[in-house]
Design a binder for this molecule. Structure first.
Ligand SMILES: *[C@@H]1O[C@H](CO)[C@@H](O)[C@H](O)[C@H]1NC(C)=O
Ligand SMILES: *[C@@H]1O[C@H](CO)[C@@H](O)[C@H](O)[C@H]1NC(C)=O
Ligand SMILES: *[C@@H]1O[C@H](CO)[C@@H](O)[C@H](O)[C@H]1NC(C)=O
Ligand SMILES: *[C@@H]1O[C@H](CO)[C@@H](O)[C@H](O)[C@H]1NC(C)=O
Ligand SMILES: *[C@@H]1O[C@H](CO)[C@@H](O)[C@H](O)[C@H]1NC(C)=O
Ligand SMILES: *[C@@H]1O[C@H](CO)[C@@H](O)[C@H](O)[C@H]1NC(C)=O
Ligand SMILES: *[C@@H]1O[C@H](CO)[C@@H](O)[C@H](O)[C@H]1NC(C)=O
Ligand SMILES: *[C@@H]1O[C@H](CO)[C@@H](O)[C@H](O)[C@H]1NC(C)=O
Length: 640
């Protein structure tokens, strides 16, 4: 072989080798990618810094066609998972319009690169005719969805959710006949839902929730025959629910809650409509009318919320057909009558929530079949459960029981003592309970919330409460309870910050002082109300350790001594009410550190001296300081 021939062969094989590994990327693609890179100032994933040279098909996140060599995919998602960890990367910079130079693109995935700003290139529709998937969600994009988007005739998936996109949705979206998924949720879109969207007959998922869309839901929505998930919740939609919704034969998830929708609910007119509907949310609207028996045609329903509307009439007996139901929320309406016996057929129920209605008793005994029920909220109805039915007490899985304002009489029900259910939340407030808080309450070892407020309970708080290790919320206000309160501050002390976040013992007859020990270990308390008791003595310096506290009310007691300087360390404090006590001395200078204070009342004490000068103390009205022995300075008269 002559050296000349050898040389030719070598050169040829280098060319062939270079071709096969994508050396010499298409110039237009290369220019587009380099401009994309140039508009990014920071890429925490480090992927872009390795984009050097000309072989763009070998760059991380770039995929080329194996014969034409043109770039078909940009895959740079923000969530990068490896075997060990999942990591969210950031790209600071702007999305360059030059990505439209990559005219053979089929997939763009730049989802979840928090920080990527800029607009969707206005001409995108004219340049990327092969685009099938466009993922630009979870960035920081602004501006409108460009009208040209409708030209992307092969587009199947468009995900622009979780950006700051705004303005009205372009009606041209309705030209994307191959679209299967349209996710525009959590942006700032306004205007109406274009009627043209109902032309997208291949759509499987349509999610526009959490925007500012107004106007009506298009009447022709029922044309979307393969639509499985429709979420229009948390917008400003008004008008009636279109009857055609019941024509959505494939629908499984339908969320229209938190809007201004009105009129009656278009339940199916025959069985077999919406046969797969499993998840229905219509709560927080202005819906009226009855829950018609046709509700019972929706036999696949698992979770339903119709809460906080204006629905009336009885719960229909046909509800018993919904045997797959696990969660039913219908509180905050004007539902009346008795619950139907057929409720007993709902044996899979985990949650039954119907507070704030006009439902009458007695509860049907058939409900004893709710063996799986975990959460029961019957509060504030016309149930008159003067005694709690035995079967209810025997439900084995109940862990959250809300029976406020149910007309319950007598002592705290004994069944709580013997139940084997793991009770975590118990609300028996606003009933007619009398007698004492029993010692055995301390054995409800999983209790997190206890609300016995607004009853006629007498007695002390039993020492056994200290064994309620998980108690977070304790509301005993407006009873006739007495004795001292320091045992409360011993609760949850096996946690480094205590477990308690909310304590309301106000409007009772507690007496004695607050001990310095104990209170310092309750760094989790956010709300403490001891108002309207006969508590006395010093406000311990240890309150300065309650660093989570937002609201402290000790008003209408007999606390005396001077105010602790350390109270100024409770820097999150927004509400401080100490009026109608016998606090003496001056207002500590430390109070000037309470920069979040919005409500202050120190009136009717024995305070003297100058109000420390400055915000926030000078911003409160005179009435916050009135009725003291000798306070002066802004906002009161100057000191002499
Ligand atoms: C090119 O890709 C197509 C589809 O991805 C594949 O079927 C084909 O075998 C590939 N050709 C070569 C030469 O790798
Ligand atoms: C998004 O942009 C706004 C305004 O330019 C900026 O304040 C914000 O920090 C950005 N968010 C992220 C996650 O970069
Ligand atoms: C739906 O598509 C048809 C046929 O292309 C068209 O005539 C009609 O105007 C479209 N409807 C809407 C509301 O855009
Ligand atoms: C529902 O679909 C049927 C059959 O396609 C049609 O006749 C009817 O008009 C549709 N109903 C509504 C309210 O759109
Ligand atoms: C509630 O029921 C009890 C016992 O059945 C009855 O004595 C009482 O009058 C009823 N109260 C109301 C307000 O209906
Ligand atoms: C306890 O019940 C009363 C009356 O029902 C209610 O006003 C209060 O908000 C409840 N407390 C807590 C902490 O939920
Ligand atoms: C504390 O309780 C009293 C009496 O129950 C009530 O009037 C007052 O508003 C409560 N304080 C706060 C800050 O909620
Ligand atoms: C505070 O009140 C207690 C009991 O009412 C009394 O013994 C004590 O002297 C008072 N102390 C001051 C400084 O007012």
């Amino acid at each position: 072989m002559s050296s000349q021939r050898l040389c030719v062969v070598l050169v040829l094989s280098i060319i062939v080798f270079a071709e096969s590994i994508g050396e010499g990327c298409n110039p237009s693609d290369l220019r587009g990618l380099n401009s994309f890179k140039a508009a990014i100032q920071m890429d925490t994933s480090g992927r872009l810094e390795k984009w050097v040279g000309h072989s763009c098909c070998r760059w991380e996140g770039i995929i080329c066609h194996n014969t034409t060599g043109r770039v078909t995919k940009i895959l740079l998602p923000g969530f990068i998972s490896s075997d060990q960890f999942l990591f969210q990367s950031q790209m600071k910079g702007r999305l360059s319009p030059s990505i439209t130079l990559l005219s053979y693109l089929e997939v763009i995935d730049l989802g979840g690169l928090t920080g990527l700003a800029g607009n969707i290139p206005p001409s995108i529709g004219f340049h990327l005719p092969n685009l099938r998937k466009l993922y630009l969600y979870g960035n920081n994009l602004t501006g409108a969805v460009p009208e040209s988007i409708g030209k992307l005739s092969k587009l199947e998936e468009l995900a622009l959710h979780e950006n700051r996109l705004s303005e009205a949705l372009p009606p041209t979206l309705g030209e994307l006949r191959n679209l299967k998924m349209l996710h525009l949720y959590s942006n700032q879109f306004s205007g109406v839902i274009p009627d043209s969207l109902t032309n997208l007959t291949n759509l499987i998922r349509l999610d526009l929730h959490s925007n500012s869309l107004s106007g009506q839901i298009p009447d022709s929505i029922g044309q979307l025959q393969v639509l499985e998930e429709l979420d229009l919740s948390n917008n400003f939609l008004s008008g009636k629910l279109p009857q055609s919704l019941t024509n959505l034969t494939a629908i499984s998830v339908l969320y229209l809650d938190t809007n201004y929708l009105e009129g009656s609910i278009p339940f199916p007119s025959s069985s077999g409509q919406m046969p797969l509907l499993g998840f229905l949310r219509l709560h927080d609207n202005r819906l009226t009318g009855r829950v018609r028996p046709n509700f019972g045609y929706l036999v696949s329903l698992q979770r339903v919320s119709l809460a906080n509307n204006n629905l009336c009439g009885p719960v229909p007996s046909a509800v018993g057909n919904l045997v797959a139901l696990t969660e039913l929320y219908i509180g905050g309406n004007r539902l009346s009558g008795q619950l139907p016996k057929s409720m007993g057929q709902l044996s899979r129920l985990l949650v039954l929530s119907l507070p704030h209605n006009l439902i009458r008793g007695p509860l049907p005994h058939e409900m004893s079949s709710h063996q799986n029920l975990q959460i029961l909220d019957l509060s504030f109805n016309r149930l008159n459960l003067s005694t709690i039915p035995e079967w209810l007490a025997a439900l084995p899985s109940l862990s959250r029981i809300f029976l406020a304002g149910c007309g319950i009489q007598g002592r705290i029900p004994e069944f709580l003592r013997t139940t084997s259910s793991p009770i975590q939340e118990l609300d028996l407030s606003a009933n007619h309970l009398s007698g004492s808080i029993p010692e055995w309450l301390g054995s409800l070892s999983q209790l997190y919330l206890l609300n016995l407020s607004k009853n006629s309970l007498v007695s002390n708080i039993p020492e056994s409460v200290t064994s309620l290790h998980d108690l977070g919320v304790l509301d005993l206000h407006s009873n006739k309870l007495t004795g001292t309160i320091n045992q409360v501050f011993q609760i949850g002390q096996r946690f480094p910050d205590g477990s308690l976040t909310y304590i309301d013992l106000s409007d009772n007859s507690f007496y004695g002082g607050i001990e310095e020990t104990g209170i310092a270990a309750q760094r989790g308390i956010q709300f403490l109300n001891l108002s309207k008791n006969s508590l006395e003595g010093r406000l311990p310096t240890a309150v300065g350790a309650l660093i989570s506290m937002r609201s402290l009310d000790l008003s209408y007691n007999n606390f005396n001594f001077s105010l602790p300087e350390a109270l100024g360390d409770v820097s999150l404090l927004e509400t401080l009410k100490l009026q109608e006590n016998h606090f003496t001395g001056a207002i500590p200078k430390g109070f000037l550190k309470l920069r979040k204070l919005k409500e202050l009342d120190l009136s009717h004490n024995l305070l003297v001296g100058e109000i420390p000068a400055g915000k926030p103390l000078s911003d409160f009205p005179e009435s916050s300081y009135s009725g003291n022995k000798g306070l002066c300075g802004k906002p009161l008269a100057p000191c002499l």
